[in-house]
Design a protein. Structure first.
Length: 263
């Protein structure tokens, strides 16, 4: 049985059961966890295909190899377990002790051999699945805090993981691009990306227009005075890649300005 196949079996065994009566928070969490499982299956498939030279090769993130990205995804799963523990116990558990500790853990893990990287990733993903499965329904309504996004309800934690896995799958630069993301997730990802720029003084005044795979179009202003600003437009996947710093915007229509770091 391959790494990806074995992980699928474990994923199926750790799905969160739906309560007989679901609150809106539980419904949102269950939907998010289903998307976590889908993203994790895609992640395992890609990671299983990475040999040592590929893992040591560069990712799309500056100064990070693919092994750094894989290790980061493992540590992010553990960090989100901390938030679920916070929601369950009411005792504050920050995602990471410090930024320095986070960076040190990623650097150390990135030096591992492929089989150890995969085992670490799988174990961390299963810890997250178990923590989610064991969370009491009422705990999904608790408030926790993300170091960059601020306070959020616990039922949004699975969606943080969904975004993390899909975006870093793209960063692995191994056959998955933003155009390969599930079409039904693109709009939410775009809204989140646009929202990260709101109210920031270093953001240029520009409107962005995205065309979705089903032909729909939506537009957003990055600043409050963007109604009359120049428009940058393109396929939703390309707009998302530009907004999140994965490419310069060369594939978009209009002059795409340089954006500050989005997150």
């Amino acid at each position: 049985m391959s790494f990806a196949d074995a992980a699928q079996v474990r994923s199926d065994r750790t799905s969160v059961p739906a309560p007989r009566e679901q609150s809106a928070a539980v419904q949102d969490a269950v939907a998010g966890l289903a998307e976590v499982e889908r993203a994790t299956r895609a992640l395992y498939e890609v990671v299983a295909a990475l040999d040592l030279p590929a893992l040591r090769g560069p990712s799309l993130l500056p100064d990070w190899s693919r092994a750094h990205v894989v290790t980061h995804l493992a540590r992010n799963a553990d960090a989100l377990v901390n938030l679920l523990t916070w929601a369950k116990t009411g005792v504050e558990h920050q995602m990471y002790p410090s930024a320095a500790d986070r960076d040190a853990d990623i650097s150390e893990g990135a030096a591992r051999l492929p089989q150890l990287l995969r085992a670490d990733l799988d174990a961390a993903c299963q810890r997250f699945a178990t923590a989610a499965r064991e969370l009491p329904p009422t705990a999904w309504e608790a408030e926790v805090a993300h170091p960059k996004s601020g306070v959020l309800p616990a039922h949004r934690v699975p969606w943080l993981r969904v975004r993390e896995v899909w975006f870093h799958l793209v960063d692995l630069d191994h056959g998955v691009g933003f155009e390969d993301l599930p079409a039904e997730l693109l709009e939410g990802f775009l809204e989140e990306a646009v929202g990260q720029y709101a109210g920031r003084p270093d953001v240029p005044s520009v409107r962005v227009e995205a065309t979705f795979p089903d032909g729909r179009q939506r537009s957003w202003g990055l600043t409050a005075d963007s109604e009359t600003s120049p428009t940058v437009s393109g396929a939703a996947a390309d707009v998302l890649a530009w907004l999140t710093g994965r490419h310069s915007g060369a594939r978009l229509n209009g002059t795409a300005p340089t954006l500050p770091k989005w997150l």
